[in-house]
Design a protein around this ligand. Structure first.
Ligand SMILES: [Zn+2]
Length: 74
């Protein structure tokens, strides 16, 4: 899954995850699945990027959006 992501706080596990924008705009979707596959009810999403970011989301989103940061070993 690729595309624009937004960092939102999940009260479900008290971490900030990267959620795909496409899911957020989907009408009638009760559960949102973050990039790391953390699933949380929409009601528990807080519209803020403040807090501890999910390590898996950081790795996965960073790999997609910032390929230039990957330095070859040679
Ligand atoms: Zn996550």
């Amino acid at each position: 899954m690729t595309g624009p992501f937004i960092w939102w706080h999940s009260r479900y596990d008290d971490q900030v995850h990267a959620f795909p924008l496409a899911q957020i705009t989907e009408v009638g979707r009760g559960m949102l699945a973050a990039r790391c596959h953390h699933a949380t009810p929409r009601d528990l999403i807080v519209d803020t990027a403040d807090g501890m970011r999910c390590f898996r989301c950081l790795l996965l989103v960073d790999a997609v959006e910032s390929p230039a940061r990957v330095t070859p070993a040679w």
